[in-house]
Design a binder for this molecule. Structure first.
Ligand code: ATP
Length: 745
């Protein structure tokens, strides 16, 4: 598939003054742009990197048109002449059956979507000798192209784009001086009038990728002349998003940046009163942002006139369509009288095939596609450490606080549950946590989200309502209580951390007997790091260090009052001074005893054991029958989480610590039976849910394909390697500090 660069496009035909020529020279030199997802700080690094732009298109006989220098040199007016009335418009009455869901709710469809075949092949880097040159800013008030500390031109500097002074200043006030790759790649194309499909990984700035060119087009570009102004004006822009929270967030961006160039916006979402929304619409606004359900309601009430529309945007399009909004979206888009005069933009981090097909009904045949994910294996955020941890449902509430303690680096944590009930229940069990889901009243949802954003509380337990698009500062840790049903959900949930070039950690809990994580691993391109739950002793060590710091800060003035009691204790306890002090630290950290935690189900006061007989175990029932040979039934019933090992030579399971001796002693009365406590989990068979049986291959061992070392790998310092689980944690709070995964600076 062809894949062409666009950075070098759009060479202005206008005469150039000296300053402009200089800028062109600089930008041409570095006119290529390539996303570098591994960069610790894209913003800082990209000015130093030689990067490349690409734009992918489908084969020439597809609906998508290649973006090449010839067509890019056409002015937007010329292009308009060639626009045909989209044949898809004829089909607009063919409604797809949609699942009925409440506006903004996190319902799931039965559709099992596959990740889309990437829209283009590898990016084509355009070298400096290209004949094509970058289009440069036509600002009269700037000081020339931005340079980084080395004095090298930064092709993505905001001043290199047709961004007006007011908008540049607003960006600068937000700390944005250069565009992210997806923004740089799509800016000119959108300003020049093309329909656009944009895909980049989570947290890579897709929102501004449509906000900025839309605002520029409306205030200084092609749509300025025909845009309606004045009281009661019909909107020029309609942005549709799947959830209320996301709609509000994007609305805020339009308020901030649109406000800077004199454009007004309003946000329409369910659960909020109609009246205030109606008043704004009647007064006239330039930009309407909303969820499909409520926007449709306003259309049906005659409150929105879409005849003057210049842009329509489908953000997180796949989720919106998955949620069953197809009919609503079609009805809304079908209200545009002449679709050929409206630019349609579609953005998401994930674009399953079926969405592409639906999208082709909404976008023009000559739409452009900018795909920063493309054929790359890794579809999820590469700035995130992706971890999986075996844990039974009943152990979750015990394990999660320790995961937070070990991996949140003191930042915010979002925990995803599959159901609204479990979100509420878990939030009730975790101190300082709040729940967010669709059964919570809209006003409370807003209070909760703003409390989380402002740091009033640091743990949010949410359903998928928070999975998409939410951009919250300093979210360091994502915990998924079980594997989501589809890979897109994994990608978006884990993408709530590691945003805008920062790093983060995503921990997914799974039950080895029930979950299939291989499918998510395969389809997301993530290489999961396998760890076992932080052991209470590890967590206690971290707490002990904190307690020591606290004690060191206690004023010496307390010593006289406590010294005699301390001396008395030292002389009578039979413990050394260090041992006694350890006890005092434990108490200060809130510990009076330390319980063990099993490796398999993460339950307290359980131990994980391995049963072997020298024979192959073809099913869990064989393991149970072996146990019954030498144990009474009531002991066999205490077994938890029995799972076969990946090599089929044994079974692992948890037994209550108090029964451990019975199990170990029992084996002696049974021939050829071995039971031993394991210190690290062996590789386990995974259940292949799609086939309703164990194992993914002929022999039933889905782990066969994974190479050795798949289960190795804690980066935190205690990796046990050799194909077994580590606990990935080095015993310090914020264990990741100081390395790639440390708390962001
Ligand atoms: N050019 C830029 N320079 C610095 N920060 C930026 C830039 N563009 C966007 N950001 C910031 O990056 C963060 C992520 O942006 P945004 O929410 O648009 O990502 P996204 O790609 O839409 O992610 P998702 O797929 O999760 O919705 C935001 O905080 C935004 O303010």
């Amino acid at each position: 598939m062809p894949s062409l660069a666009i950075a070098e496009s759009f060479f202005s035909e206008e005469p150039k003054d000296k300053k402009q020529k200089k800028k062109e020279k600089m930008a041409t030199k570095n006119a290529t742009l390539l996303e570098n997802p591994n960069s610790k700080s894209i913003e800082k690094k990209k000015s130093k990197e030689k990067t490349h732009k690409k734009i992918n298109s489908n084969p020439p006989d597809s609906e998508e048109e290649e973006l090449n220098s010839d067509d890019s040199q056409q002015s937007w007016l010329e292009k308009k002449k060639h626009k045909k009335k989209s044949s898809e418009q004829k089909d607009k009455k063919k409604k797809r059956k949609a699942v009925e869901v409440a506006d903004g709710e996190e319902e799931k469809s039965e559709t099992s979507s596959e990740l889309v075949e990437p829209l283009g092949s590898k990016p084509v880097a355009v070298n400096g000798s290209s004949k094509k040159k970058p289009r440069l800013v036509e600002n009269t008030d700037d000081e020339g192209g931005e340079a980084d500390a080395d004095g090298k031109a930064n092709p993505n500097a905001v001043s290199n784009f047709r961004i007006s002074k007011a908008l540049r200043e607003q960006l600068k006030s937000k700390g944005i001086e250069s565009l992210f790759p997806i923004q740089a790649m799509t800016f000119d194309t959108i300003v020049d009038g093309s329909d656009m499909v944009g895909r980049a990984r989570t947290g890579q700035g897709k929102t501004l990728a449509f906000v900025l060119p839309i605002l520029e087009s409306l205030t200084n570009g092609p749509t300025k002349a025909s845009r309606k102004t004045g009281y009661g004006r019909a909107p020029s822009v309609l942005v549709l998003l799947p959830t209320r929270e996301l709609a509000k967030q994007v609305h805020e961006d339009f308020e901030v940046y649109g406000g800077a160039v004199g454009l007004t916006s309003c946000c329409l979402y369910g659960g909020a009163p109609y009246q205030s929304q109606e008043i704004k619409l009647r007064r006239g606004v330039d930009i309407v942002i909303g969820t499909p359900g409520r926007v449709k309601d306003h259309i049906e009430r005659g409150n929105i006139d879409l005849t003057e529309l210049k842009f329509r945007v489908l953000d997180e399009a796949d989720e919106m369509l998955r949620m069953g909004f197809v009919e609503d979206v079609e009805l809304i888009l079908g209200n545009v009288k002449d679709a050929s005069k409206v630019q349609t933009l579609l953005f998401s981090a994930t674009l399953p095939d079926w969405v592409k097909q639906i999208a082709s009904r909404f976008l023009k045949p000559d739409k452009k596609t900018a795909d920063l994910v493309g054929n790359e294996k890794m579809k999820a955020s590469a700035n995130v450490r992706h971890i999986v941890l075996p844990c039974s449902g009943s152990a979750r509430s015990q394990v999660i606080p320790d995961i937070i303690r070990c991996y949140s680096s003191g930042g915010r944590t979002i925990i995803f549950t599959e159901t609204k009930d479990s979100a509420s229940e878990l939030a009730g069990l975790l101190p300082g946590a709040r729940a967010l889901h669709g059964d919570i009243q809209q006003s409370q949802r807003e209070v909760t989200l703003s409390g989380f954003r402002s740091g009033k509380f640091m743990i949010l337990v949410a359903t998928n309502v928070a999975a998409r698009g939410l951009d919250i500062n300093d979210v360091q840790l994502i915990i998924q209580c079980e594997p989501p049903r589809d890979v897109e959900a994994y990608i978006h949930r884990s993408g709530r951390t590691g945003r805008a070039g920062n790093t983060g950690v995503a921990v997914m809990l799974y039950d080895p007997r029930r979950s299939n994580i291989s499918k998510i691993e395969r389809e997301s391109g993530v290489k999961f790091e396998h760890i076992s739950a932080p052991q209470p002793a590890d967590v206690a060590k971290a707490a002990g260090l904190e307690a020591a710091e606290t004690i060191a800060r206690v004023s010496d003035s307390v010593i006289p009052a406590f010294k005699s009691a301390a001396e008395e204790l030292l002389s009578t306890s039979g413990l050394s001074a260090a041992e006694l002090l350890a006890k005092a630290l434990a108490k200060a950290a809130g510990y009076t005893e330390i319980k063990s935690r099993s490796l398999l189900t993460s339950m307290e006061n359980y131990a994980t054991v391995l049963l072997e007989t020298g024979q192959t175990f073809y099913s869990p029932s064989f393991a149970y029958s072996v146990l019954r040979r030498f144990l009474p039934e009531e002991k066999v019933e205490t077994v938890k989480g029995l799972t076969l090992t990946a090599d089929g030579n044994g079974a692992v399971f948890d037994v209550p610590s108090e029964d451990l001796d019975t199990f170990i002693a029992g084996q002696e009365s049974a021939a050829n039976v071995s039971i031993e406590v394991v210190k690290a989990l062996p590789r386990l068979q995974e259940r292949d849910l799609s086939r309703g049986r164990f194992g993914g291959g002929g022999g039933g061992f889905s782990d066969r394909r994974s190479g050795g070392g798949r289960f190795s790998g804690g980066r935190g310092g205690v990796s046990r390697g050799n194909g077994r689980f580590s606990n990935g944690f080095n015993g310090r709070r914020g264990a990741s500090n100081g390395n790639k995964w440390g708390r962001r600076s």
